[in-house]
Design a protein around this ligand. Sequence first.
Ligand code: TXA
Ligand code: MG
Length: 322
Amino acid sequence: MQVISNPTQDEIKSAAKSIKNGHLVSFPTETVYGLGADATSEKAVGKIYVAKGRPRNHPVIVHISSRKLLENWAREIPEYAIRLGNAYWPGPMTLILKRNSRALNFITGGQESVGLRVPNHQVALALTREFEKLGGFGIAAPSANRFGSVSPTTARAVEEELGKFFGSEDLILDDGQCEIGVESSIIDCTQVNPVLLRPGAITKEMIEEVTGLKVSLKTDESEIRASGLLDSHYAPKAKVILGLSAQPGDGFIALDQILTPIGSIRLASPASIEDYARDLYGALRMGDQLGLNKIYVVEPEGPGLAIAIRDRLGKASWGTRS
Ligand code: TXA
Ligand code: MG
């Protein structure tokens, strides 16, 4: 495995060739780092499942460079999905659409739908474009972490998570820290009205504004495919506990105006909700690196990205494992 820092256009081109040749390429997006493979190759996508230790019936998102390429993967695309694509792509949004015959079971987890996203990141977009120039149709990419664990927001974190599972010709493209830090909003567009499956930077209100439709929530995305398979998701090794009562030696994460409980180890002090989202996963990872047993996290209040943060913390937290 090779790490390429601040990849040039030529290096991105050659990374696209690697994907075409069936190798894995981890790449940055505006949300988290993805683990990419040719979405039409069962063998290449199989490597993602092995590297992540992910159950085979769990679907992966296909990344494309433009809304205009949706028809390559989906059929009967509703008008409201087109509106969403026009408004928020490239961006932190994944649309679930009825699949067409290109989206095979190893992409959809055997479901009749396929997840598609146009990422808003210079490297990710250049990579999908170069891949399409080579005749590729899309890059399958889940977050580049072991299944159930915290998504990586830096190339370093990808290396720590998956380094030992990469082959010698696989690559990591390093372009610094991800801007948003929590995964894309996932919107099910196979129903009459949109359903928000996973909250992210594109909020329910933003979806309603563009579509003029009432959006319902179903925030337990793991239930769709993987219910009961895992104790938790988005979780570090340390126990994540929601609240303030950290004891000496415990990790602590909260907005900067909240004081650190005496003796606890402050892992992050974000000044805003945006900073909170961007720094959360790195802070949880830091807790693991320090070998902490418990990390106390004070959830941010309010709408918008705070909803996405609370969603992930709910899943990561020990007390609320389902
Ligand atoms: O921000 C993101 O979305 C990142 C970056 C790399 O793009 N990707 C990401 O992928 O978070 P992943 O696989 O870690 O999470 C995608 C979620 C999974 O929980 C999966 O179950 C769901 O999307 N998903 C994918 N295709 C689906 C489908 N056809 N129907 C329902 N859920 C689907
Ligand atoms: Mg993931």
